[in-house]
Design a protein around this ligand. Structure first.
Ligand SMILES: CC(C)(COP(=O)(O)OP(=O)(O)OC[C@H]1O[C@@H](n2cnc3c(N)ncnc32)[C@H](O)[C@@H]1OP(=O)(O)O)[C@@H](O)C(=O)NCCC(=O)NCCS
Length: 168
């Protein structure tokens, strides 16, 4: 079991987060190798609503998660995209990713967010309560089979969900 704490990103964390995201995604066959640039672009655009890091007892950043705003049918929605999620390869499968996801969602809920969406392996994300909502779909058809959502407040919206600009 890896010891870690979770805290918000602070100024000075940027380079370590960039490196961590790069290392986490490098072995993944689906990766285009640019997830670390996505985090930098979200930050540059002011779209990193929550950026949380997991830190080991030595202070090294070993996990990271980002949340950014999305629109639904081109309207501000109170919904957020959870991406990317990254854990240092040496300490994957020790609960860090789950803790980042649960902490991030708790923060969004505390903010009064309406919901959160994710694109990824359904077998992993459905355990947190993400699921398919008929009528809510991502703009990218490529993402559709991997798209899952979680309602935090109110009823499930219908429409086309579009990610922040940095996602392209
Ligand atoms: C995906 C990731 C964030 C999960 O974080 P983690 O700290 O390794 O995961 P946890 O320890 O919280 O959870 C482990 C559980 O998730 C499962 N799991 C981990 N990665 C998985 C994946 N890519 N697909 C499906 N299941 C996965 C494990 O089988 C394990 O399940 P078990 O406890 O029933 O055996 C991490 O593995 C990672 O950074 N991967 C590379 C980057 C990536 O793929 N990010 C997500 C893109 S959508």
């Amino acid at each position: 079991m890896t010891e870690f704490t979770i805290r918000p990103e602070v100024p000075g964390d940027e380079a370590a987060i960039h490196e961590l995201v790069k290392c986490a995604f490098a072995p993944m066959p689906f990766s285009e190798g640019d997830e670390q640039d996505l985090v930098d672009a979200l930050r540059g655009d002011g779209d990193l609503v929550h950026s949380l890091v997991a830190v080991d007892p030595a202070g090294t950043i070993i996990g990271h998660i980002s949340f950014s705003p999305v629109t639904i049918d081109a309207q501000a929605s109170g919904w957020f995209q959870m991406a990317p999620v990254s854990v240092s390869p040496e300490v994957q499968r020790t609960g860090i990713g789950s803790a980042l996801i649960e902490t991030g969602i708790a923060r969004l809920r505390a903010d009064g967010a309406a919901g959160v969406a994710v694109v990824g392996n359904p077998a992993y994300y459905e355990r947190f309560g993400f699921r398919v909502f008929e009528g809510l779909a991502p703009a990218s058809e490529h993402d559709a089979p991997y798209f899952r959502a979680m309602v935090l407040a109110g009823s499930a919206p219908r429409g086309i969900l579009r990610y922040a600009r940095a996602f392209g």
